[in-house]
Design a protein around this ligand. Sequence first.
Ligand SMILES: C[S@@+](CC[C@H](N)C(=O)[O-])C[C@H]1O[C@@H](n2cnc3c(N)ncnc32)[C@H](O)[C@@H]1O
Ligand code: SF4
Length: 408
Amino acid sequence: MAITIPILSAGAAPARAPVVLPAGATLTSLPPLSVYVHVPWCVRKCPYCDFNSHATAGGEEIPERAYLDALRADLEQAIPSIWGRQVVSVFIGGGTPSLLSPEGLDELLAMLRACLNVLPDAEITMEANPGTAEAGRFKAYAASGVSRVSLGIQSFDDAQLKKLGRIHDAAQARAAIEMAQAAFGRVNLDMMFALPGQDLAACEADLRQALSFGTEHLSLYHLTLEPNTVFAKYPPEVPDDDTSAAMQDLVEDTLAQAGLARYEVSAYARPGARCRHNVNYWEFGDYLGLGPGAHGKLSFHDRIVREARMKNPESWMERVARRDGSHIAETRLVGPDALPFEYMLNVLRLKEGVAASAFEERTGMSLATIAHQLEAATRRDLLDADPTRLKASALGWRFLNDLQEIFL
Ligand SMILES: C[S@@+](CC[C@H](N)C(=O)[O-])C[C@H]1O[C@@H](n2cnc3c(N)ncnc32)[C@H](O)[C@@H]1O
Ligand code: SF4
């Protein structure tokens, strides 16, 4: 579902931003701030993936020096918009951040610490592809301060990994998990289900293998055929809706029995092991996005702004060096007509929802402004009847899109 919200400025931040929260409304406190850093390169592009990731030309090394210089320029230009704020989490995502050399990653984190107030106990996550895993590299990343790693495993079935165009096999995936567990305190495994030709037994076999490593966190994504991917052009045969719904139930039940509770649409964790960075997104917290294609959401006392950087790595590197704001492709003020929907779109992804009082705290708007929608959602039994929480009911959780659309 596409939502069109007017872009007030393209190419640069507005010189003097208009006040866009409702008349008289202000944010009395700013939400926690996270930082997302995008590394846009992969060894090879997977046929299902629509992330801003680009295969390194002919297997060449990534342009690490130019990337880090551009990242510094991006960061320096962003400082005024987050001046004085504490950073609660950092997420280095991709693409494949594990293509960065240990020295490059160390420089990246040192740069963030030098320019921003990164809290000493901030969660620092990095994504890694098993095809680029090395024990020494992982140890060096950890020594630089990475506290959590998220490994793109997808499946433990060699034939499936081939169909998915992955650069690693199941043995390499297993070895990468062991290396990650030896180096980092916290490990997440990214897995997908409803894969081409997959049946329930194969899905369960993948889950059992993932659980056998005893990790604290699993992300289980339903494979989607995204526009402009190889899979969209040459669609593989994927399980029908009934089978994939049964797989979703199987995932939730199997992981719950193993002590990993579903806390978000695709996220499962042991107690205390939730991804703090992602939870901040879902609670409508703030995040600064650095690097090509990175998105950000920043609150000020009188306005909330979303921005997106230029997607193409070369264009971003070239523009950011000009230091004229032209590396920002889009800046959008989130006004009172869009805020309730954007807020609900995020918080309703959390299985436990949020306290109703958080709505006003994060949007600057009174809950009374969405009283009609809340009432309609409760009447249709999509929203939990507890007035102190904003939380999907069991039915609303099954039909989350219908519930979210009520706030559009
Ligand atoms: C940006 S990728 C990061 C991991 C790393 N690049 C890798 O693949 O090894 C994040 C995760 O999104 C999931 N993902 C990517 N495309 C998807 C799709 N079309 N449908 C479902 N999940 C997808 C995959 O599980 C992937 O690990
Ligand atoms: S390795 Fe990850 S980011 Fe890169 S193309 Fe594959 S799924 Fe996308």
